[in-house]
Design a binder for this molecule. Structure first.
Ligand code: HEC
Length: 173
């Protein structure tokens, strides 16, 4: 009886691999006309706004409004203020959404320079003088990880307060 039970158990355990199917099916073919390999975004050559839509808008929303419910600050009309305080320029590259994105250094520099436009998301928050980010600068900064993100951000916000900058980041604190 016991031997029978063990044999049944062994069969039950052996069965799933026999029925398992590899997903995705290695024999599956691309739909006609769609045979080309998918390119990584860092090589795809999309425009900067498309890169933003693909890599950032899921959290920051299409116009940079962000979402307090998801702890994502408002960039629209605010993000340029980081350039007015010490450490802010580096911070903007080192936040994980930036530094860990699948975009290459040149794409990230273009994206930042695109955000930091008076007719762009930064809008009225732009400092009087703006030095565009270069590929080299982004490449250097994104490699330095930020160990205490909330603490670093809070310090930068405090520096803005000291300069009398209204904290309109949508986070209410
Ligand atoms: C998974 C959600 C998510 C994605 C994707 C994301 N971010 Fe963020 N981003 C955040 C959050 C949350 C913060 C606030 C700081 C933190 O906790 O990282 C932030 C902060 C920032 C900041 C600093 C502004 C501030 O007020 O703190 C910038 C600039 C920024 N993100 C740009 C981007 C860009 C550009 C992309 C796309 C390449 C991107 N983010 C992708 C969630 C995201």
């Amino acid at each position: 009886m016991r031997a029978l039970f063990i044999a049944a158990l062994a069969c039950a355990m052996a069965a799933p691999p026999a029925f398992a199917r590899a997903i995705p099916d290695p024999h599956q073919r691309a739909a006609p006309g769609n045979e080309a390999e998918q390119k990584p975004i860092s090589q795809a050559g999309y425009s900067t706004p498309v890169n933003y839509q693909l890599q950032c808008a899921g959290c920051h929303l299409g116009d940079g409004t962000g979402s307090k419910a998801n702890d994502t600050p408002r960039m629209k009309g605010f993000v340029g203020n980081f350039l007015k305080v010490e450490g802010g320029r580096e911070f903007l590259v080192r936040v994980p959404g930036m530094s860990q994105s699948a975009l290459n250094d040149a794409q990230l520099a273009d994206l930042l320079n695109w955000l930091m436009r008076e007719d762009g998301m930064a809008g009225k928050s732009m400092p009087a003088r703006y030095e565009p980010y270069s590929t080299e600068e982004v490449s250097r900064l994104r490699k330095v990880s930020m160990l205490n993100l909330p603490g670093t951000r809070a310090e930068l916000i405090e520096r803005m307060r000291q300069q009398g900058i209204p904290i309109e980041d949508g986070m209410d604190y």
